[in-house]
Write a protein of this length. Structure first.
Length: 419
């Protein structure tokens, strides 16, 4: 949730919300609702104080005056009940509007939509298309069975098989080692969470259309372990000198991929179920921008160590999710498409989620809302896609990146030409 005081007083903050798509008229409506709530809350406080004073007067009044005092206290009680009803309605309206406003974009985020990103850097040599694209090599080498997935579960589902499974587990093990060296605590979180967790993590209401709901229960399948990790310190006060608290979550993830009809339908690049290692950080509000750069550096280390050519982009304001004040995408070169495609991203949510979660830092002198940050360390399916193409040999075999060798009993996956 945004900072309503800053929205009212800080024009740059308000402009950051407009650059994310919030209309000035909607923001005025929200500020009006906030003003109404503050006014009614003041009235409610005065009414409660008057009622309490009247109740005390009853005990001090002479016997002949008590009936009048009791009647006055009763009248004030009804007044309090009426104004409290108005107070609850005003608070609900204020919260309803506030939840719809995105976290304002940071000043160094470029304006515009999906194509107005800023390229930070490019690393590695972009290769030519291989003999087989990722969908072909996955099917021909027995690594991916999309036909059975579609027959049994529907489109955008697949079976990962054979050496690809071992390669997935190697990626997870190696990534967790990298993250533990950087102070992350490994976590396997629940993949089902309640609706209030989706709201407080910053995903509802904006991204509700992308989430699978379990009929008959107040439970939703997570699209990233970030959601569940955000709840580890709900309502807690964290010692400031102990921050950042860093967690590495491994989970299966589920996304409806609404709005992507006809896009990336081949192979396992865009599917409804996938596995992912996610970074999450509860951070001091004064150091969160340094923490964002630290997460980005870890992502670059992982992608570079897999010997994948990539670029880093600063995502434009209009392409940011609702919760992110700034986001970097790492995009790896996909030779068959002669284009960069996203493999990971990392975002600073500033205090947007922490305000909903009620998670604060404390020290001897003060307290404040923490900042929360997240970043994908390894999106397993997409990483497999990029390895299949960028490390494909002329005969269709796939060379395994050297950093993964310690977790495997093979260094190469035979191609269809080897049969």
């Amino acid at each position: 949730m945004i900072d309503l005081r800053r929205l009212r007083d800080d024009t740059d903050y308000r402009e950051g919300a407009v650059r994310k798509g919030a209309s000035p008229e909607f923001l005025e409506d929200l500020l009006g609702a906030d003003s109404t709530w503050r006014e009614i809350t003041h009235q409610a406080e005065e009414a409660r104080a008057a009622q309490n004073a009247a109740s005390r007067e009853i005990g001090r009044a002479a016997p002949e005056d008590r009936p009048a005092k009791i009647a006055e206290a009763g009248r004030l009680k009804e007044e309090v009940e009426s104004v409290e009803t108005s107070e609850r309605a005003a608070a609900a309206r204020r919260a309803e509007l506030a939840l719809q406003v995105p976290n304002p974009a940071a000043a160094d985020v470029p304006s515009g939509g999906e194509e107005q990103f800023e390229t930070v850097r490019e690393v590695g040599e972009r290769g030519d298309p291989p003999a087989y694209d990722h969908a072909q090599i996955g099917a021909l080498s027995g690594l991916v069975d999309s036909e059975s997935g579609a027959r049994n579960s529907g489109t955008r589902f697949a079976y990962i098989k054979g050496a690809a499974v071992r390669l997935e587990f190697a990626l997870v093990q190696w990534t967790m080692d990298v993250l533990e060296r950087n102070g992350f605590v490994p976590v396997v979180p629940p993949v089902l969470v309640r609706e209030d967790m989706m709201v407080e993590a910053g995903f509802f209401p904006a991204d509700r259309h992308q989430v699978y709901e379990i009929d008959g229960d107040d439970l939703f399948l997570i699209g990233t372990s970030e959601v569940a990790l955000a709840g580890l310190h709900r309502g807690e006060r964290l010692e400031r000198d102990g921050l950042p608290l860093r967690y590495a979550g491994f989970s299966s993830c589920f996304r409806r991929e609404a709005g992507t009809h006809g896009k990336d339908t081949r192979g396992i690049f865009r599917v409804h179920q996938f596995d992912k290692v996610e970074m999450f950080s509860f951070c001091d509000s004064e150091t969160s921008w340094d923490e964002l750069e630290a997460l980005r550096a870890i992502q670059e280390e992982i992608v570079a160590s897999l010997d994948l050519p990539y670029r880093v982009i600063n995502v434009a304001a209009g392409d940011l999710g609702a919760a992110a004040a700034k986001k970097y995408d790492l995009e790896v070169w996909l030779p068959s498409e002669r284009a960069y495609r996203e493999v990971t991203s990392c975002s600073n949510y500033t205090d947007y989620s922490a305000r909903r979660l009620g998670t604060r830092w404390v020290d001897d002198d003060a307290s404040g809302l923490v900042h929360t940050l997240n970043g994908t360390a390894c999106a397993i399916g997409r990483t497999l896609v990029f390895i299949m193409e960028n490390h494909q040999l002329p005969d269709g075999a796939i060379a395994v990146p050297e950093v993964l060798h310690p977790w495997l009993n093979f260094t190469e996956i035979p191609g269809p030409a080897s049969d």
